[in-house]
Design a protein around this ligand. Structure first.
Ligand SMILES: Cc1ncc(COP(=O)(O)O)c(C=O)c1O
Length: 441
């Protein structure tokens, strides 16, 4: 089996993930259920780490972008694989620290970090903060001074590269709530501003050009622009960046419109980037920066699936057939948010041919509560187990208790054995924080 093939169909015609029969998982843990293949996650982490080791002399670190899927078990895996992590909130930081993750290997992001979050980060000695506003620089300076420390930071810059799945453009005017634009001079201004702070040590720059991108050249273009910018800053101010963080964004397979990549493709993407950085360093006579990368989706996306049970089936002749599941936008809001496309299977009849096109609807009181529209499926019956593939990234982390539904539990599969990593919610959990004021009693 290829290191990136986590799914197969077994002799019973059932879908397997990481050697575990999904029908048995559904029976054991109930549905909806998030299922993750641990080996797949580790293989993805390793391919990035090994490429930095072999192609860049180990002069860098892979940061797992934990917004993709944050829970204590994930930080444990990242730590065991020698990765750092990127966090974007006090909550993600808390989860990482609760898992025992070393704070010095945490990079903290956010376009509007709260004072409470920055305080929490400094109190816990977070390694690096990625500055995204002038105000934030002032707050960090103040907090660091109070504590008598010097805080390492990067500056998030906006190199003017807009990348989408299969295309990218250069933009002179950047319309983004993230980062400081190179083209309008604000990236240079914030650099001077931060360099003027006594309790902040500027280490270098960060950029992140988008997500679900397959076009390697878009990353190269962005890296070149950041390196050109860093060279310009060195000339003007004498400050030489010693860290370069190129963000995440490499794509994964969701459905047949996407390429199915091999581990070597992910290594190649990183090799291409490293080649560009080496070239630019030589061109500008800069020392090779410590390289950081923040993959999220590509580490955990295809490692995860969601299992559901089919309930009501509604055929509207000449219009559409709806197959309803026991989950929906509360465990996967990505169709409702972005019309994201997914591949859907009947896990208990995974060897059967697709005979019809159906739309998979959730159980929320929203017409837009859909998981997939007009997708091929064998004729589904109530009680079938449905698997939605590539739900490992940005599903659990975007889930909610909308309509007071439960956020589903998650299991981690290794060598065919599944362990709960997120336990099921109960009705009691849903009212735990509710308070009835005296006058309503
Ligand atoms: C700053 C930053 N780094 C990394 C990532 C991870 O991106 P991806 O999951 O596409 O690899 C994101 C995603 O939004 C991001 O905003």
């Amino acid at each position: 089996m290829n290191e990136r093939e986590t799914l197969k169909i077994n002799s019973k015609g059932h879908l397997e993930i990481g050697g575990a029969d999904t029908v048995e998982l559904a029976a054991q843990f109930g549905t909806p259920l998030y299922v993750f293949d641990e080996q797949y996650i580790r293989n993805m982490m390793r391919v990035y780490k090994r490429t930095i080791d072999s192609e860049y002399g180990g002069n860098g670190m892979v940061l797992y972008a934990s917004k993709a899927f944050s829970c204590r078990a994930m930080y444990k895996i990242a730590q065991a694989e020698g990765l750092g992590v990127d966090v974007v909130s006090g909550g993600e930081l808390y989860t990482a620290l609760k898992a025992g993750f070393p704070a010095q290997n945490v990079f903290m992001h956010g376009n509007n970090k709260l004072i409470s979050e920055l305080t929490y980060a400094l109190d816990n000695k977070v390694g690096t903060i990625v500055v995204d506003s002038f105000r934030e620089a002032d707050i960090i300076e103040h907090l660091a001074e109070e504590r008598g420390i010097v805080q390492n930071v990067l500056i998030r810059i906006n190199p003017g590269v807009e990348a989408h799945t299969h295309a990218f453009i250069q933009t002179a005017r950047t319309d983004s709530k993230f980062g400081f634009s190179v083209s309008d001079g604000t990236a240079e201004n914030i650099t001077a501003y931060v360099l003027g702070k006594k309790h902040i040590k500027l280490r270098g720059y960060h950029c992140h050009i988008g997500s679900q991108i397959f076009e390697k050249q878009s990353f190269v273009l962005a890296a070149n622009k950041v390196m050109d910018f860093a060279a310009g800053i060195k000339q003007k101010t004498g400050f030489e960046a010693d860290m370069l963080n190129l963000g995440g964004g490499f794509g994964v397979w969701y459905n047949d419109e996407d390429p199915k990549l091999k581990l070597t493709d992910y290594a190649d993407y990183l090799k291409t980037l490293i080649g560009a950085i080496k070239q630019k360093s030589a061109e500008h006579n800069l020392k090779l920066p410590y390289l950081l990368l923040e993959p999220g989706r590509s580490i955990v996306g295809e490692a995860g699936i969601t299992l559901y049970t089919v309930g009501a089936i509604k055929d509207i002749p000449g219009v559409r057939k709806y197959v309803a599941i026991d989950g929906g936008m509360f465990d996967n809001p990505r169709y409702a948010l972005y019309q994201s496309k997914y591949t859907v299977l009947l896990a208990n009849r995974a060897d059967e041919k697709c005979t019809e096109r159906v739309s998979v609807s959730g159980k929320c009181c929203e017409s837009g509560d859909l998981i997939a529209v007009d997708v091929p499926l064998p004729k589904a019956e109530s009680g079938d187990i449905m698997a939605v593939l590539t739900t490992g990234a940005y599903n659990y982390s975007m889930a909610s208790n909308y309509n007071r539904n439960f956020v589903p539990p998650a299991v981690l599969v290794k060598d065919g054995k599944a362990d709960l990593i997120i336990k099921p919610q109960t009705y009691e959990d849903l009212v735990r924080n509710d308070i009835i004021p005296e006058r309503l009693k």
